[in-house]
Design a protein around this ligand. Sequence first.
Ligand code: FES
Length: 399
Amino acid sequence: MADKKRLSIADFLKILPTRNKKIEGAASDPPKPLTSYRPNRLAMILHPGRQALRVAGVTPLTDDVKLYTLVPDPSGGTDSLAPFGAGSYISVTVETDGRVFSRPYSITSSPGDALHGRYEIAVKKEPGGVVSDFIHENWDVGTPVSASEPAGEFQYEPLRDAPTVICVAGGTGITPFRSMIRAVLEGSEDFRLTLIYGARTEKDLLFRREIEAAETLDPRIKVVYVLSEEEKPGREHGFVTADVIRRYAPVAGPYSVFVCGPQAMYRHLETELPKLGLRRKYIRYEIFGPIRQIDAEPDYIRPERDVFSVTVRQNGAEREIPCRRDETLLSAMERAGVRAPSLCRSGECGFCHSKLVSGDCYVPARQDHRREADTKYGYIHPCSAFPLSDVVIDVPSAK
Ligand code: FES
């Protein structure tokens, strides 16, 4: 091996004048804009931050679910859509009565559709849901929509997940799986996908015809329906249980279980899935927003008061707002018109990361994705923190 020349102290001291000479001799043109560099341009396509979209189509799927087609809005600065992996979500922002709300929705179209300038999201009208009501009543063809770049971790990872995935869906929880089915068909994903789709009746099953067509087109896709309020030949009856999953799981070799559905289904499956004896890494739950029944959490101790005061420090200003014990600090801020950053609303992404200056909060274990240092130094994710006392928080500005 050739001897490498070592840099002596004397050589080292010569570097500075040489560098200064080069800097002085450099052209005095203003620096090039960051977008003139290819890696930066690529980074901005992959991670645009926010995307300006507009509604290009509205299709009612049931009485309370509508499918929205979203396309880029060049007049808002978005010429193409950010690509994504099947199972991702976007967070859309709506403004009503001077208050800004955001909600994550799974992208239900395929990754290939995004390359052709189209995302689809399905929005269910929730009882008392400010955002879903607003969308159902106000979004029409041409409506501008502000959305985040795609985010989330509910995607097939060949290094972690098994070659067969049992996808357990409930209600609109079918949306990320429709994207995965389409991704398998178009070739952007390669795994065996068994969909176990639970609904009350057959008419509540979304995308049924399309899903059944996919099953006939590709032997890697299998579909099982589980109806809780109807008995029909060829359909499972009741709820999705460990026994139902075992019936359709591979006889040999490991399999993954992906779950997306209403919170009640998660609570039910949290007692069912351990019976399968799978390694922990093979069980994946999609985010589902703030916990609605905080009293049902096993380690929640109900505080003495029902409403607490939250002092929000942001951009050098301070504001005091009320927060019910059963709502998250983020929900209280949105209701009071405080703009706080948010994306997943489930404690996962860290986008709302804020300093808890004083007071005490309950963070449900299943939504506590903070780093150890955050817990140690008093940082919380307001989207998954419920007040146990009056609190003071330092909140970054919304991006
Ligand atoms: S919005 Fe994702 S952690 Fe709070």
